[in-house]
Design a binder for this molecule. Structure first.
Ligand code: ADP
Length: 540
């Protein structure tokens, strides 16, 4: 059974609205054009109706051709006596429809509307407008010949029709075919800017000078129109040019109605308007293209930033996995060793206890790394307390001992317990020391240095305590020496290049400093400072 909603009253669809709007505009244009009918020539020189047919076909395609034919017939009837009888009206309507078909074929590449915000689209518009006007002009010339007009006069008529069509198409059609339908896509500001109002005023004043006040004089002032057109095109691109052109096409119609028909040479005016239209459409396309490429560049930059952020996230995640892998593997090894001891016929429970304590240490390190990272992310939440650098170094050394032992590297703390206490977040300072000592261990291990040793020492300097982590390895690679503290700077295959940059941020949050250099007698040495604890500050 048929759906009652879709039978009978079909409702008002967008297509109906477009069709009705097109018919209304066409008839209104014919009516507005009538006072301009020039003596003795069957041409309406200031008629926007063909532009609507052209726009409809170019924008929405060939399926609208039947309506274009009907509208042309109606237009012929409105014009009445200007046409040569029913046959003339029929030929004229057929020619208009054929012209629209040609325009649609030329302009609608892959069934998309022409893009007038690019030069290529504007050139296509010029070509299609010329073709449309030529078809219409040929038909009109043929009708004239056929009805007995002499050949020269017929050619003259065809030329006038051509020019009248071309000007209407160039001035009016861009507004209807070049841009998205309102209501689709992002909306610009609803209220016009002060600049747009000034532009509209400039246009109106000059149009008044050209078509109103000096209507019956020569067209010298027409050239003044290039000023506001250039201003509008460069600021608003093609939408600006298209709107201004349509407005200037309407201006003489309005002034004619207000002040009566004037004697300005229509052909001269048409030629000037065609030149203005070509110039400002090209200018509008150039301005739009520049704006679009600027926008595309911005979009591309946003894309790159987004990609970089994703990449940093990924790098952070793998750095963290890398950072956690080592203590977790160590804890696993300790636990397996303890398990083997327990399974033995006579387990040495004291040894098991010692091994399990080491395992717990490693697991704690995992916890502290995660904690430290979280604290680091949560900026400004430092838990500053009075700490001995010796304690922090001891803890750090304990955490990296297994790695150092495995590589046969000695860790040597020197005179740390004698240092004055510092104000610091202990977890974070341990994190920095672990980073620096592990870097030294890795550098020594990679170089296979003999008698490898990492020395952690310190001294009091004014209001700070300076801690030095030195090794006797190969030293800093020249390629990274100047950029050590930038993120993602690394010489290691599995390195993330984040350790030093994070450490530097931690120290700066403590109002301390971190720097590194090659030691005079070989190896690398990293120094950092922390503020001394003053009296009356809370104890750890
Ligand atoms: P990563 O350890 O992931 O490479 P870091 O920021 O901790 O990241 O270190 C950056 C680079 O600094 C290392 O790749 C290495 O080239 C250099 N570096 C750091 N410490 C030392 C050191 N003790 N000896 C030699 N080079 C070092």
């Amino acid at each position: 059974m048929a759906d009652p909603m879709t039978t009978g009253h079909r409702g008002w669809t967008p297509s109906d609205a477009i069709g009705a709007g097109y018919l209304l505009l066409t008839l209104a244009a014919e009516w507005a054009a009538l006072p301009h009918g020039s003596a003795g020539v069957p041409v309406l020189p200031w008629n926007a109706a063909p532009a609507f047919a052209f726009a409809l076909a170019a924008r929405l395609g060939e399926r609208w051709l039947p309506l274009i034919f009907v509208a042309s017939l109606l237009a012929g009837l409105v014009e009445g006596g200007l046409r040569h009888g029913t046959a003339g009206i029929l030929i004229q309507a057929s020619a208009e429809t054929l012209a629209a078909a040609v325009a649609a074929a030329l302009l609608r590449s892959r069934r998309a509307r022409p893009d007038l915000e690019r030069l290529r689209g504007v050139f296509a518009l010029f070509a299609a407008s010329t073709a449309f006007s030529a078809v219409a002009a040929s038909a009109e010339g043929t009708i004239a010949l056929w009805s007995g007009t002499d050949p020269w006069k017929s050619a003259d008529i065809a030329g006038q029709v051509f020019l009248a069509h071309l000007v209407a198409l160039l001035a009016i059609a861009p507004l209807f075919i070049g841009f998205p339908f309102p209501g689709r896509g992002p909306k610009d500001a609803v209220l016009p800017s002060v600049e747009s109002l000034l532009q509209a005023m400039a246009l109106a004043v000059i149009a008044w000078e050209v078509f109103g006040r000096f209507a019956n004089q020569e067209l010298h002032f027409f050239y003044l129109l290039f000023l506001p057109f250039t201003w509008i095109a460069t600021r608003h691109g093609q939408p600006g040019s298209a709107s201004a052109l349509a407005a200037i096409y309407l201006a003489p119609m309005v002034t004619d109605r207000l002040f009566g028909h004037h004697d300005q040479s229509i052909i001269e005016l048409q030629i000037r308007l065609a030149v203005l239209a070509v110039t400002s459409l090209l200018l509008g396309a150039l301005a739009s293209e520049r704006k679009l490429s600027g926008e595309r560049l911005l979009a591309r930059q946003a894309e790159i930033t987004h990609f970089q952020r994703l990449n940093v996230g990924w790098e952070m995640a793998s750095a963290l996995a890398h950072e956690l892998n080592q203590p977790l593997t160590a804890a696993m090894n300790y636990t397996q060793a303890a398990l083997r001891l327990i399974m033995a016929p006579e387990p040495d429970m004291q040894a098991v206890g010692r091994i399990m304590a080491k395992s717990v240490d490693q697991i704690e390190r995992v916890g502290q790394t995660i904690h430290g990272l979280r604290d680091f992310m949560r900026k400004g939440e430092l838990r500053l307390t009075v700490n001995g650098v010796g304690d922090a170094a001891e803890e750090a050394i304990r955490l990296v001992l297994a790695e150092a032992n495995a590589a046969g590297i000695a860790l040597r703390p020197v005179g740390l317990s004698a240092l004055p206490p510092v104000m610091a977040d202990k977890t974070q300072i341990v994190q920095v020391l672990v980073n620096l000592i592990r870097n030294a261990i890795q550098s020594l291990a990679a170089a296979g240095t003999r008698n490898a040793v990492v020395t952690v020492s310190g001294k009091a300097v004014d209001d700070s305590v300076e801690v030095d982590v030195a090794d006797n390895g190969p030293g800093l690679h020249p390629s990274v020496e100047a950029r050590l503290f930038e993120p993602f700077v690394t010489t290691k295959e599995a390195g993330m290049g984040l350790g030093l940059s994070i450490s530097k941020s931690i120290l700066e949050a403590h109002e301390g400093r971190l720097w590194g250099e090659n030691a005079p007698h070989g190896g690398a040495v990293f120094h950092f400072t922390l503020p001394k604890a003053t009296k009356g500050t809370p104890d750890a």
